[in-house]
Design a protein around this ligand. Structure first.
Ligand SMILES: [Zn+2]
Length: 113
């Protein structure tokens, strides 16, 4: 499962940050995930449950904040929120415009003690 590797990276970063702060436990891991990143929330949670075992984040909850997709059309010089996966410009209908926001996959914050 692809999500396991992704969540492993997030968890490693989380544990490293918590340890730098002298924390012994992580209670919550908050992430920012772009809608265009293309992972299902359920599979992220499942992957998190797998990778957190035996770490200081074992009891941690995962909270995911989803970032809406924003595209940019270089013809029209506008930003827009695409309505489907073709990222089509609403003005000139060019498909697969540049995705400016919505591909995030990162650690946002931690609750530790
Ligand atoms: Zn356009």
């Amino acid at each position: 499962m692809h999500e396991i590797g992704l969540m492993q990276n997030i968890l490693d970063t989380a544990v490293e940050r918590a340890e730098q702060e002298g924390a012994h436990r992580i209670y919550m891991v908050e992430m920012r995930v772009g809608r265009a990143f293309g992972v299902a929330p359920k599979s992220l949670e499942m992957a998190f449950d797998v990778v957190k075992k035996g770490t200081i984040a074992e009891m941690a909850k995962l909270q995911v904040d989803y970032v809406p997709t924003v595209c940019y059309c270089s013809n029209c010089k506008i930003e827009f929120q695409p309505t489907d996966l073709l990222y089509e410009c609403p003005e000139c209908h060019q498909a697969y415009c540049e995705v400016r926001q919505g591909k995030e996959f990162e650690l946002a914050s931690l609750d530790v003690s």
